[in-house]
Design a protein around this ligand. Structure first.
Ligand SMILES: Cc1cc2nc3c(=O)[nH]c(=O)nc-3n(C[C@H](O)[C@H](O)[C@H](O)COP(=O)(O)OP(=O)(O)OC[C@H]3O[C@@H](n4cnc5c(N)ncnc54)[C@H](O)[C@@H]3O)c2cc1C
Length: 349
């Protein structure tokens, strides 16, 4: 429906094109609410605001999380089983089920594993020197680019794309004007911010000047990892050693080794290079295959958004329930996004 100047007013503007926005739009594409024929504007700018969803290790595991221990644990379990169901029902491209091998090489990390998994076994694995205490269980590894393209191809709700950075938001009577970097405005009755860590950087977009900060308690946690393209002549594998990953993704489009990840608090794009080279050296001593040298790797950094107690943030920003956000996916974006999508669909439509 148009306004006085006949510019389209969309029912909803979704800002963001990471896993949070994509899973929301995908979920909507499967929903019976789709038949209501609402109009959607999809706004994103991965050039100016690089999506964490493409700069990530992207693994999915239950991690020994038990029921009714904490609200976060319950959400994580629900989110894991949603993803598990998604995998078994839709066979998404870019997702592979693998056995996760978790080991500890020192007393402190063995204690941590015992707290989490209650019982450990002796793990002997051809890729790891010596025997270690640990556990093994089924998990998923995801090739972020391939999965993102698959999700995008499965989004069938009618939407108009605006691949531009959103600079500002203005309330205009019953609707909002989202101001884009190219000078255009997108008008929408409701807006969903799925802007990842950038919510923290640009929070005043959607807050009246007198409003208290909703980002005070949230943090940006930059995470960095080493990655290299290499043919190890092996299938994909996923090993966790003392809380760090060694991942190998082998599929038709990728042969990628990943070692990581390390957190740099408060950083935007500055990885902990010293920490990463120490980690590589440590992995060299533990793994039986040649991981190579620092010069063989590229360092990738992604920005994660973390809310209080690591909880998922999915809900309305205003009393009128016209502005919504999905944030706080932190280290669990590839499961929590699908849980958030289900919750938000009920709130927004
Ligand atoms: C090193 C590392 C390892 C990780 N490992 C895992 C893991 O093993 N498993 C797991 O589940 N998760 C993992 N994560 C976390 C996961 O990647 C994130 O939680 C998830 O990608 C966040 O998704 P998002 O959609 O909220 O944000 P993003 O992917 O960051 O998407 C935000 C989107 O908003 C857009 N945007 C922002 N502001 C604007 C604006 N003003 N105008 C237009 N567009 C805008 C951006 O362009 C982007 O498209 C890891 C992250 C890192 C960094």
């Amino acid at each position: 429906m148009g306004n006085s100047s006949n510019q389209t007013i969309f029912d909803l503007a979704v800002i963001g094109n990471g896993v949070a926005a994509q899973s929301f739009l995908w979920n909507l594409s499967l929903s019976e609410r789709k038949s209501q024929n609402f109009s959607i504007a999809h706004i994103f700018s991965n050039e100016i605001a690089p999506a964490c969803s493409l700069r990530t290790c992207a693994t999915v595991s239950l991690n020994g999380i038990e029921e009714d221990v904490s609200p976060l644990g319950n959400d994580m379990r629900e989110a894991f089983f949603l993803f598990d169901d998604l995998y078994k029902t839709y066979h998404p491209e870019g997702v592979e089920e693998v056995k996760r091998v978790v080991i500890s090489t020192n007393e402190n990390d063995t204690k941590k594993l015992l707290r989490r998994y209650k019982k450990l076994d002796t793990i002997k694995n051809p890729r790891i020197h010596d025997e270690h205490q640990g556990t093994e269980y089924n998990s998923y590894i995801i090739s972020p680019e391939i999965f993102s393209s698959w999700l995008s191809s499965q989004i069938t709700v009618a939407k108009t794309n605006f691949p531009f950075f959103a600079k500002d938001l203005e309330k205009r009577g019953e609707h909002f004007a989202v101001k884009l970097a190219d000078g255009r405005e997108v008008l929408a009755r409701k807006v969903l911010f799925a802007t990842g860590a950038f919510a923290k950087i640009f929070e005043r977009f959607h807050a009246p000047p007198e409003a208290e900060s909703i980002e005070d308690k949230n943090t940006i946690k930059a995470g960095s990892f080493l990655e290299r393209d290499i043919d190890l002549g092996e299938k994909s594998f996923y090993i966790s050693i003392d809380g760090n990953y060694v991942l190998y993704r082998r599929n038709a489009l990728e042969k990628k080794l990943i070692i990581g990840s390390l957190t740099t608090i408060g950083a935007y794009e500055a990885p902990d290079v010293h920490g990463l080279s120490k980690l590589l050296l440590k992995m060299k001593g533990i793994l039986t295959f040649d991981v190579g040298e620092m010069k063989d790797y590229k360092i990738t950094t992604g920005l994660r958004h973390k809310g209080p107690r690591r909880l998922l943030i999915a809900g309305a920003l205003d009393e009128e329930k016209k502005l919504f956000r999905v944030n706080g996916l932190y280290k669990n974006g590839f499961t929590m996004a699908f849980l958030a999508a289900k919750r938000l669909e009920k709130m927004i439509f």
